[in-house]
Design a protein around this ligand. Structure first.
Ligand SMILES: Nc1nc2c(c(=O)[nH]1)N[C@H]1C(S)=C(S)[C@@H](COP(=O)(O)O)O[C@H]1N2
Ligand SMILES: [Mo]
Length: 363
């Protein structure tokens, strides 16, 4: 099985299409996630694109459509943003514990990574084509081939609202952590829509179309939509449901690992936290008694950056016995996390931001 130079410790859910997540202990070691540890989420083939023949088309409700080579794109000012990429399916395993979610990847909390992305500001490209008055959404399509239920294949796609597309943070990225964008992360060009779930950050980007409606791609109309807890695969009306965009606040304990045995005394609890939509992580609370009492964690790198994740740590004094250590974060809009996965369960298994916890045994 092709592993795309990922570290051996990576948790591979599927070989074809390739889906792998980072083990939490390693994920928490570096503020920027290295490419060999960065989760990879794919719905179809991983296309090998010849960068010389590559062209990006920008059309639809624009004043003058453009076709851009990599050279043309590199001619725009280079822009860098440190941003977290998180799959909306991150932490689906917690929802599956509430009720089964058949047919979806059972991601743990490692379907997330934080990188320094560099490329062209999408805003600059759209200002070059001109944005028509009627344009409401920027729809992206990829060069990968996804197999549909009817056996026909189609390209992956998705869209973001035009106001977001014109935000200074949204990139057409050709570099990740100072290196050429790796193949499995979208070489030669991908969208990076910071603050949004990863689904809209289309890899192997082939085209951008400005249009009145959101993308009609299957992954915008049928996947990455949030339905009420009572909706099932049998009763779903796909036109209902929220098209997921901005991430909501979330926090995860990376150390100690779930099930760890520890010596009594001070224990460092460490993890990551994210706040979507350009909000900041304002506070992280940790509890060693399942949420009855809380201490405030120290916010480390990233807490003052709007698009990156934040690292945090707390020092707990744990007496002998079994403890459930849980975490919750508060974002700059005072939004916080629900206590249980049951409160946010949905049949597609998205956006689990319930309190994350680990069970530890102290001797
Ligand atoms: N073309 C294309 N773009 C895509 C996908 C895909 O399958 N095809 N997956 C999306 C999803 S669901 C996520 S979470 C992110 C994952 O980005 P990564 O694989 O670089 O971590 O890419 C997004 N962009
Ligand atoms: Mo995703």
């Amino acid at each position: 099985m092709e592993r795309f130079d990922k570290q051996p410790a990576m948790i591979v859910h599927d070989g074809q299409p390739f889906n792998a997540e980072s083990p939490l202990g390693q994920l928490r070691q570096n503020f920027l996630t290295s490419k060999d540890l960065f989760f990879s989420r794919n719905h179809g083939s991983i296309p090998e694109v010849n960068p010389d023949g590559y062209r990006l088309t920008v059309d639809g409700l624009v004043d003058s459509p453009l076709e851009l080579s990599m050279e043309d794109l590199r001619g725009f000012p280079k822009k860098e943003v440190t941003a977290v990429m998180q799959c909306a399916g991150n932490r689906r395993d917690g929802l599956i514990q509430v009720a089964p979610i058949p047919g979806e990847t059972p991601w743990g909390a490692g379907a997330i990574g934080n990188a320094r992305w560099a490329g062209v500001s999408l805003r600059e490209v759209l200002l070059a084509t001109g944005v028509g008055d009627e344009a409401r959404h920027a729809a992206f399509s990829g060069l990968d081939e996804v197999e549909g239920a009817d056996g026909e294949s189609f390209d992956y796609g998705g869209s973001i609202p035009v106001e977001k597309a014109l935000g200074p943070e949204v990139l057409l990225a050709y570099e990740m952590n100072g290196e050429i964008l790796p193949l499995e992360h979208g070489f030669p060009l991908r969208v990076v829509a910071p603050g949004y779930y990863g689904a809209r950050s289309v890899k192997w980007l082939s085209g951008i179309t400005l249009q009145e409606a959101p993308s009609d791609n299957y992954f915008q109309t049928h996947e990455y939509k949030l339905f009420a807890p009572g909706v099932s695969a049998e009763t779903v009306e796909f036109f209902e449901g929220l098209m997921l965009g901005e991430m909501q606040v979330n926090a995860v304990i990376c150390e100690p690992a779930d099930g760890a045995s520890l010596d009594a005394g001070p224990v460092y609890v460490r993890g990551y936290a994210v706040a979507g939509g350009g909000r900041r992580v304002e506070r992280v609370d940790v509890s060693s008694d399942g949420g009855r009492s809380w201490v405030q964690a120290d916010l480390l790198e990233g807490a003052d950056e709007p698009w990156a994740w934040s690292f945090w740590e707390a020092n707990l004094d744990l007496p002998p016995g079994e403890h459930r250590v849980v975490v919750r974060a508060l974002d700059s809009s005072a939004g916080t996390q629900p206590a249980t996965a049951a409160e946010v369960w949905n049949f597609k298994g998205y956006a689990n931001n319930s309190w994350h916890g680990v069970r530890v045994m102290v001797r």
